[in-house]
Write a protein of this length. Sequence first.
Length: 125
Amino acid sequence: MDWKLELVFVPVSDVDRAKDFYVNKVGFNADYDERPMDGLRFVQLTPPGSGCSIAIGEGLNDAPPGTAPSLQLVVSDINEAHSQLKANGVDVSDVDIQDWGHFVYFADPDGNKWAVQYLPNRPNG
């Protein structure tokens, strides 16, 4: 039996602002945006090529905005990822080259923290 992590909830204060950030600045795909009932809005966003999505919305959980655990994306080209984020207006760190990998860091408008990792000795990052 496979156990797959396919959805992580990210608490935000303004769903439309967060959706715009993740779709138009970071480059996630907007998969779903529905209000199945009063007080509930479910927005699912997926990084290109990822088997795991994030969910933002209203009435999904009680976590305060900006308190998602540190999240990490993995890419095959850290310089391209850095350039894309910077070109789209994301406040992204410089590339941090460590012995075990290369990283850039950014946060969404609510302060949810993200790392982008590239592992030079691993095929496709």
